[in-house]
Design a protein around this ligand. Structure first.
Ligand code: GLA
Length: 734
């Protein structure tokens, strides 16, 4: 298993038990695509880039009259040489030409996988985990070398790709587009799934038919965004959760991106994904190179749920780097919704003390602890303690929290600055903004110019001082506005096309430095909730605050949508106060917890302010979560009923040994006089006997083929009066 090269046919077959990816060299030397999908025997390959009998308008080459790029399936195509579809790259040369012709020069196959300089990327634990193919192509006229990287994983239906562009000539090159992948498919009979939304309603799945024209999503916000996620599924039209072909595509990147599918009028489909070429221009001097971010291609021949399970395992095992990798996540209590910025040490200690009594493990101090931060207008950029609120400093507070037996965590928003801050007063040119023009504000803040190493350095030093002088186990890294007026002050005009990407490289470099200096820290990424929830971030922060919307009813939709592309252990989910801050809806504390447990779990309210009965319930919830969190966070997820299709949603997780399953059932509006519906379970051991909530004896096959009733005959599973109610079933092998 791995990669076979057939010298004579010049074909590469990347394969494992589940998938095959076949690449061939075209008659004119370009790298062609032959097959991607379910594992096949090698001899089944036809040279799909040959297009005999098709009349093309003036686009064949001398080498082979029957070959036209217009019809070819290509791995990294250009525009301008006979292929009229969306290109993978575009390079402007000094003479003004953009015409390029990359031809195969050499290749290398080796065990393992290399990292990508400055960028997040999946990694092997040992070289036998994966095999990598590097194909080197060159354009001798312009002095361009492009290396295409492909890694096929041994035990996963996953191929990872990226490209490196190098200037091998003497003249400058201006890379105007360098996407991470192009995948040409022989037909376009597919449906596209994107995960879209906005603040407080992130990652709702949405489908579009792909059979004609262009389908595209993008972010030009400087971050991956809540509006549309850099994860796309392309599936056959009859694919559902449990059957059919589906392909997943993640961009391992947190900045501007584009994903586009183009169905041509010959019925073929091209899919591309990568850094958005708008406002992108990366000049390369002789000898310099540019690496694209990685794209992860995942595949399932048996439905979306299987695709998600493969993705979850892959991201947990080969993207997350953290002492908490594949470990249960601490149950935390965050003070944001309890106090916002209005607190002092005593208030915080009171909240933390009650958290300890409830059983939480980690207390997190959110926004408002630094500089002159008493509201949104001031303080960002000044990462030293606000002594009026915390006279004993972060050190003193963290020590007191530790002495209670709790770990201590801290909120930061290191990419931002307020006009009213010492940092901005000292360095007004450290923010992104066009010369002589007003700047658009977001939450009264500006974006620091992370394309400048001195800015990243200054923030690193400030944070280093705070963290190294306290006892900190967790950092919530927030980012609360998009980038506008993207211009780096004082930097040469020809460098301005690099700013968006260099900004993200700056963010990654700060993460990397902090991780190195403080390896014990658990990072949670956040961007006004889930506006930067992507595979790139998971490389640094293994969990992400999924949404500011903690209303149980809304959270089911948000977490359900998120689960298509991201593991449960990455989904930051808390119980907050009711009525909910975002929706005003009242949901019982039990129902709120029944959603949050399918995530990292924690609380975001003042536990002193809830009733004694509720507090007793919280104590039980925490005990329950401690017992089952490993199953919730690392069990296999099965989506049973979509909240986007029905008013009642359901999902379940099954422990890897199939001994324990936890089923969450969520009913939207109260329905009078319903009959008994059965919810069919999945993933159990068919031959084993299980109890449901400690009673009965049911074979796994019965629970999967027939199901459990979604209402109790006695009618007491759902509360009488509220519109939203939930039920959590514990299924245990006898
Ligand atoms: C963002 C986050 C919240 C909270 C606030 C603090 O909105 O999503 O969780 O941290 O910032 O200002």
């Amino acid at each position: 298993m791995g990669i076979i090269f057939h010298e004579e046919e010049k074909q590469f077959h990347l394969y494992n038990d589940d998938i095959s990816y076949v690449i061939g060299i075209c008659p004119d030397g370009e790298v062609g695509h032959l097959y991607y999908g379910k594992r096949i025997h090698e001899r089944q390959i036809v040279k799909a880039y040959q297009t005999r009998g098709v009349r093309a308008l003036c686009c064949n080459r001398k080498e082979d009259e029957n070959y036209t790029k217009e019809m070819a399936q290509l791995e990294y195509p250009a525009f301008g040489n006979g292929d009229f579809r969306t290109p993978a790259y575009e390079i402007l040369q000094e003479n003004g030409s953009r015409v390029t012709d990359l031809v195969y020069v050499s290749h290398r196959i080796y065990a393992g996988k290399k990292g990508i300089p400055g960028l997040p990327a999946s990694y092997v634990e040992k070289d036998s985990d994966a095999t990598t193919l590097e194909i080197v192509c060159e354009d001798a006229v312009a002095g361009i070398r492009v290396t295409l990287f492909y890694t096929i994983w041994e035990q996963r239906p996953v191929v990872c790709r990226h490209a490196r562009v190098e200037n091998m000539g003497k003249e400058m090159l201006d890379v105007r587009r360098a996407l991470s992948l192009c995948l040409d498919l022989p037909d376009a009979e597919y449906t596209w799934m994107q995960f879209q939304g906005a603040w407080a309603r992130e990652r709702y799945p949405m489908e579009r038919d792909l059979s004609a024209g262009i389908t595209e999503i993008e972010s030009m916000r400087g971050h991956s965004s809540a509006n549309v996620n850099p994860f796309v599924i392309i599936k056959r039209k009859d694919t559902n959760e449990t059957q059919g072909e589906a392909m997943g595509f993640h961009l391992v990147y947190s900045g501007n991106f584009v994903a586009r599918a183009q169905a041509d009028t010959y019925g073929k489909l091209r899919f591309v994904m990568g850094i958005h070429p708008q406002w992108f221009s990366w000049n390369l001097a002789a000898g310099e190179a540019f690496d694209t971010p990685e794209a992860i291609l995942s595949y399932s021949a048996s439905g979306l749920n299987n695709l998600s399970q493969s993705i979850h395992g892959f991201l947990n095992d080969h993207m997350v780097r953290s002492p908490y990798k594949n470990k249960p996540r601490p149950i935390l209590l965050n003070n944001w919704e309890a106090t916002e910025m209005n607190f002092d040490e005593e208030k915080i200690l009171n909240i933390a003390r009650k958290g300890k009594e409830a059983g939480v493990e980690l207390f997190v101090l959110d926004d408002g602890w630094f500089g002159a931060r008493n509201d949104d207008y001031a303080g960002l950029g000044d990462w030293f303690v606000n002594a009026n609120k915390l006279p004993n400093g972060i050190y003193g507070l963290s020590k007191k929290i530790n002495d209670m037996g709790l770990q201590f965590g801290l909120w930061i928003e290191p990419e931002m600055v307020n006009e009213d801050s010492e940092l901005y007063r000292a360095h007004p040119d450290w923010v992104l903004g066009a010369p002589n023009r007003p700047r658009t504000l977001g939450r009264h803040q500006m974006v620091l110019d992370y394309s400048k190493p001195e800015v990243v350095d200054c923030i690193y030093k400030q944070l280093y001082d705070v963290i190294s002088n306290a006892s900190i186990h967790y950092i919530k890294w927030d980012m609360n506005r998009s980038i506008t007026e993207c211009y780096s002050l004082g930097v040469a005009p020809e460098e301005q096309g690099k700013v968006y990407h260099k900004y993200i490289l700056g963010v990654y470099s700060l993460y990397e430095r902090l991780m190195k200096a403080f390896p014990q820290i658990l990072f949670e990424s956040c961007a006004s909730g889930g506006a930067r929830f992507d595979a790139g971030m998971l490389y640094y922060a293994p969990q992400a605050w999924c949404s500011d919307d903690t209303d149980g009813h809304e959270r089911v939709k948000i977490q359900y949508g998120t689960s298509y592309g991201y593991p449960i252990a990455s989904i930051g989910a808390h119980v907050s106060a009711a009525p909910n801050q975002q929706t005003g809806r009242f949901i019982t504390i039990g129902d709120r917890a029944n959603i949050a447990c399918f995530g990292t779990f924690g609380y975001e309210l003042d536990l002193n302010e809830i009733s004694d009965e509720e507090f007793a319930e919280v104590q039980k919830q925490i005990q329950f979560m401690k017992e089952y969190r490993e199953v919730f966070q690392y069990g296999k997820l099965y989506r049973l009923q979509s909240p986007f299709a029905k008013d009642t949603a359901a999902w379940m997780v099954v422990s890897q040994d199939q001994a324990t399953a936890l089923v969450g059932l969520y009913r939207g509006c109260k329905i009078p006089n319903v009959g008994i519906e059965l919810l069919r379970l999945q993933g159990l051991d068919a031959d084993a006997v299980y109890t449901v909530d400690g009673s009965g004896e049911f074979y796994g096959d019965y629970l999967m083929a027939s199901g459990i009733p979604t209402i109790d005959v006695s009618g007491d599973w759902f509360h009488g009066n509220e519109d939203f109610s939930t039920k959590l079933f514990v299924i245990r092998k006898k």
